[in-house]
Design a protein around this ligand. Structure first.
Ligand code: IMP
Ligand code: MG
Length: 179
């Protein structure tokens, strides 16, 4: 698995620093609110599990799975709910926790869908942002780091469902895609 990685973008230390900063900011901003973290499966699970432990105020969590990518590296543009939330969103200050904001199509349709369920507020916290690739109009209130237009894996992010368990974030060698 490690042989497939050509370079490391974010080390474990880099990621821990990013998550600590975000957790602190969210804890301040949501002090007097009714925070509900919604993790978008599966890419955000590692980020989510670290982020929730860096948040020092009471909060609830829930999970949702949507599909937009299949096994390739390009967004299909259609978002389908694979697993819906358990909680009713009314009265919650919803913070969507996502691994990476790319074209923005996934989060844009998700925001539209979830807004209809009348949460008190709705914002996005994304670990990574690729602003150059944006196609849909969507903005994240919290961004861990901006990344260039490269396909990255690790710390939850996959290529063909692999590499999610890498503790760092890196780029895979081009020949891996060609296999
Ligand atoms: P969007 O709808 O194009 O913004 O796609 C967002 C989703 O695509 C993310 O939640 C990821 O699952 C996936 N994705 C986009 N870029 C990458 C990447 O560089 N590595 C791994 N997954 C990615
Ligand atoms: Mg994802």
């Amino acid at each position: 698995m490690l042989n497939d990685i050509s370079s490391v973008f974010f080390s474990q230390e880099d990621l821990a620093q990013i998550v600590t900063r975000l957790g602190k900011q969210i804890s301040e901003d949501y002090k007097n609110k009714n925070l509900l973290l919604v993790s978008i499966l599966k890419g955000s699970i590692v980020f989510m599990s670290d982020l929730m432990r860096s948040i020092t105020i009471p909060c609830r969590i829930d999970f949702m799975a949507v599909s937009s990518y299949g096994s390739g590296i390009k967004s299909s543009g259609t978002v389908k709910i694979i697993k819906d939330l358990d909680l009713n969103l009314e009265g919650y200050d919803l913070l969507i926790v996502e691994d990476i904001l790319d074209s923005g199509r996934t989060l844009s349709s998700l925001m539209d869908m979830l807004s209809l369920r009348k949460p008190k507020s709705i914002e996005i916290c994304t670990l990574f942002d690729k602003p150059e690739r944006r196609e849909a109009d969507v903005k994240a209130k919290y961004i861990g780091a901006r990344v260039p237009d490269a396909f990255i894996v690790g710390y939850g992010l996959d290529y063909d469902e692999k590499y999610r368990n890498l503790p760092f974030v890196g780029v895979i060698k081009p020949e891996v895609y060609e296999k």
